[in-house]
Design a protein around this ligand. Structure first.
Ligand code: SF4
Length: 210
């Protein structure tokens, strides 16, 4: 395959930088506890300093993989597929998600929402980041808003983001893992005082699974 053929397939979303794929339990948010097949795509330029998957940032490090191959793997495991990253919306998600839908799968995305929304989704988990804010379309379509709390200013940011999402969107505050000892009590107090919010924990990390 020539370099330009490869670039064309990437632009069409037929070739994607696959960082890893694994069958596990969704640990976070509304679907926590659900068995799911995770597809992690490389590439992210949002630059969160506390990011726990920095190795995803450089898409060049992850093998370009045909969407059909990813679908073949995914269909062997679970009815629920979670596409995450990195930032999966850096890529055209239309072919991958339509092929997964043809197989009758439920497709979820974990996204910062910073790029144009492509793909067909059964569940959109929007985790906005201050450095690169979501697009209007993602605010309108998000099913859950998951704000990561690293310090007190994140409560202000969470309210700002909650004011932008649609009225049915479920609101979660989730401690950043390395700050959990300090931040969990603050989140607990905040949610009791502001019960429109719920607590989300990275339960997969407590379960010691990926
Ligand atoms: S948006 Fe996600 S993958 Fe990208 S830097 Fe932030 S936490 Fe990491």
């Amino acid at each position: 395959m020539t370099k330009s053929e490869k670039q064309e397939l990437i632009a069409q979303g037929l070739l994607l930088p696959l960082m890893e794929e694994f069958y596990t339990i969704q640990g976070e948010g509304f679907h926590k506890g659900t068995a799911a097949y995770f597809i992690r795509l490389g590439g992210c330029d949002v630059g969160c300093h506390w990011c726990d998957v920095k190795e995803s940032w450089n898409a060049e490090l992850h093998p370009p993989t045909m969407a059909d191959v990813i679908v073949d793997h995914a269909t062997k495991y679970s009815k629920t597929i979670v596409i995450t990253g990195g930032e999966p919306l850096m890529w055209n998600m239309d072919p991958l998600t339509s092929k997964l839908k043809e197989n009758g799968l439920q497709i979820h995305i974990e996204t910062s929402g910073a790029y144009q929304l492509t793909g067909t989704w059964d569940w959109i988990c929007l985790s906005p980041k201050k450095l690169k804010l979501p697009t209007e379309e993602v605010y309108e379509k998000a099913n859950e808003l998951k704000v990561i709390v690293y310090n007190k200013d994140d409560f202000r940011f969470a309210e700002e983001q909650a004011a932008k999402v649609n009225k049915d969107c479920i609101l979660y505050l989730q401690p950043e893992w390395s700050k959990r000892d300090k931040v969990v009590p603050e989140i607990v107090d905040y949610v009791m005082a502001n019960p429109k919010w719920k607590v989300s924990l990275q339960t997969h990390k407590y379960l010691n699974i990926p």
